[in-house]
Design a protein around this ligand. Structure first.
Ligand code: FES
Length: 163
């Protein structure tokens, strides 16, 4: 009788121990996945608001500065950047990456020549971003843009194109 009770007690202890472990693992695995999930998430790039479209001059490129936040896992990195914005009608916008497509120098708008000029190797781009002179292998890179609620939003490039 005692041996039978001891055997039953021992079996129950093992069963309780096993079930406790199973329940613990059932709770720990989803929690662990939820906690670690930011590691596997790629960098998110959201739309960035540049401002009211009414403040953007027509037919004259304007350089707009903005703060870009990138999430990588648990870390959010903030960086200052800018974009060249052009509109002819205040409704349709072209937004250029502010880096020359040759070696990435910042370029400027020359209002008298009506060209974007890169001082690094004397490149020139038209107002449409096409190469007019110099070594750049392609036109200026463009950011995606859209107008929502009267505000201009852009989505900067996640990777640079190869020349
Ligand atoms: S970086 Fe602009 S021309 Fe070379």
């Amino acid at each position: 009788m005692d041996t039978e009770d001891n055997g039953r007690r021992s079996f129950l202890k093992k069963a309780i121990f096993f079930l406790s472990g199973l329940i613990g693992a059932g709770l720990a695995v989803p929690s662990g996945i939820y906690f670690l999930s930011p590691i596997w998430k790629k960098t998110e790039e959201d739309w960035i608001e540049l401002g009211p479209v009414g403040e953007i001059p027509k037919r004259e490129p304007i350089k707009v500065d903005f703060v870009q936040r990138k999430k990588d896992g648990w870390v959010t990195v903030e960086g200052r950047s800018s974009a060249w914005v052009i509109t002819a009608d205040g409704q349709n916008f072209t937004v250029f990456d502010p880096h020359c497509t040759h070696l990435g120098c910042p370029y400027r708008w020359d209002a008298s020549k009506k060209q974007f000029l890169c001082p690094c190797h004397n490149a020139a781009f038209g107002i449409d971003g096409e190469v007019l002179a110099g070594p750049p292998p392609r036109a200026l890179d463009r950011f995606a843009s859209k107008v929502v609620g009267g505000k201009l939003l852009i989505r900067p490039l996640s990777e640079k194109k190869e020349g």
